[in-house]
Every structure is written in C-alpha cells, then in structure tokens.
Design a protein around this ligand. Sequence first.
Ligand code: 5GP
Ligand code: MN
Length: 335
Amino acid sequence: MLNNIEITEIKELLSSPKKITIISHRNPDGDAMGSSLGLLHFLKQLNHEVVYISPNEYPDFLAWLPETNKVVIFEREYDKALPILQNSDIIFTLDFNALHRTGDAMQKTLDTLTNLMIMIDHHQLPDDYAKYTFSDVTYGSTCQMVYDFINTLGYNDLINTEIASCLYTGIVTDSGSFRFPKTTSETHICVADLIEKGANNSQIHSALFDNSSYARLQLLGKALQNLKVFPELNASYITLSQEELDSFDYKKGDTEGIVNYGLSIEGILVTAIFIENKEEGIIKISFRSQGGFDVNEFARNHFQGGGHINAAGGKSFSSLEETAKQFITILAKEN
Ligand code: 5GP
Ligand code: MN
C-alpha cells in the first residue's frame, strides 16, 4: 500500500473537484476495464469530472459494464482524447507498469505530458513515471488494489452497485474465477463485501462467460484441433492463423481464455497461444504456466513482452510457424 504521507496527500488532492483521467493498457481485459470503470464511478461519487480513455477498442463481452458508452478510444478519437489528457489535474494509470503498454500511438502523447500521475498496478518492475506508485505483485488483480485503495482512503461506504460490479469483474477474470494462486482469503473477503454492496456475482459470471457466438465456439474447436503437445518439454501450444480467424468471423475478445486449455493437459507446465494479426504485422502471444516456470521472464527475454510469473504476453515479427518453432527451440535449449 502507499505510505501514510502519500495517502494523506492523495486525500488532500481529492478533497476538491478535479479533472481526472483514467487510462489502462492497450487491448483492455476485464481487470483493466473493471478497475478503470470502478475507480471512475468512485471518483464521480467524490464529485470529480472523470473520463476513462482506453488506447483501443474493448471486447464485446465487457460492453455491459456501467458507462462503457462513455469510454473514449484514443486511437479512434485522438482529437477528443488529446485535450482531455492535457487538461487533466490527475491521470490514474491502471493495470500496467510502463507507458509503452498503451501502444505506440498513445505512448507518444503520454511521453509529452507532465501531469500528475498515480499508478495502481500489479505487474512486475514498474517504471518510475508516476508521482504516486501503488505497485504490488502479490495482488491477483488491479481491481482488488482499487478496492483496498478506496478503503485506505476511508471511503468504503461510497462503494455502490456500479463500483462493486466493475471491481468484481476484474477480480473474477484475472483470478480465473478464483482459482489462480494469488487468490487469497483477502480476495474472498473483498468479494464478499462487493456482493454485499450489490455486485450480482451469478449474473456477472454469466455476462462474462456465457456470451459466446456459435462462430466463437467453432473457433475454439479449431484452436483445440491445432493444439500441439510436447510431453518431454512439459509444454504445449496453440496457433490461430489470420485465415482461420477470418473464417470463424473473429471479433475482439473471441480468443480470450483459449490459451488456458493448453495448460489443462496433465503434466503440462508451460503453454502459449500464437495469434496471427496481419493488420498489425505481428504474432500476438499469450503465455501461461504452472508453478515455478516464470513466463514473465521468458516473454521479456525472448518475445518483447512481460506480465506475471504465470501469465504473460509478447509479440513476434516472424511468421506463425517460425514463431511457434522458436518457442519450442528455446524451451528445448533451456530445459
Ligand atoms: P494476456 O495473455 O491475457 O493478454 O496477458 C497476460 C498478462 O500479460 C497480462 O497481465 C497482460 O497485461 C500481460 N501482457 C500481455 N501482453 C503483453 C505484452 O505484449 N507486453 C507486456 N509487457 N505484458 C503483456
Ligand atoms: Mn490485471
């Protein structure tokens, strides 16, 4: 947690109406959006003027979160986003540890700003750009950090249904529905309070996970057919080419969670999904591991990425086949 002096200073900052902007990482997930919108609804309760700017579009399965219709998309609405950022008294940066995580376009703008920033994030090795840095890798989600942040400021009473629903969402998605190792008794105590304050847990799970199109399930079928297993390396991977994505009418968010199937096979400790993105000219990669295999380090060392010990991402500029081959070659070498 932030120290007492920092908390006092932030409380003082928030004691009169301010222009506040909240930003999260590119390709926002449940935790990025849940924490950002949760914090937005909280700050509105304190009478601030608050805008959430996402670098790019958010997936459909998060569209039900309260006030997603007011989210400003930086890469599509640059002319609107720029003055909002420039005129902010405070910019909260949520669920990322370095400004480049907002993507090339937004980073360029952020690099020119001198506004006061506050970071709330649970990724390793935070950069030092914020005046106040609440960074803690022991948390399973930024949403749980925002919950503790609100409580530490002494505003637990202000948590309403909207805030609770947003924060619950990121806790569920980043914890794999409460099963990943960073899920603690504190997580469950937090979630109990959020349910008490109006988060409809059952409905939220349904909104998040029971919203597939038929095409998305067919795409999942294709992904599972493409799954390759390397028992001697305790490894597996899935590939999805642009052509395959197109043939199943791919929409943002459709590949969310598919990577985890590679880890559900007995004996597999590390897995990846390689997804071709012709428009960006990259292979987007997600890594997952169990136990001591550190995919954050692996992604940093080999695939221009990062993340957490057991969940990370990266990218490659080689072909899909080449990238998958590299993954296996590196694992074989490091084994
Ligand atoms: P996912 O695989 O679900 O997209 O991401 C897993 C974790 O790795 C998340 O915490 C995410 O923020 C992080 N991550 C994903 N892609 C990248 C990347 O390209 N670079 C870095 N530094 N982190 C990433
Ligand atoms: Mn997160």
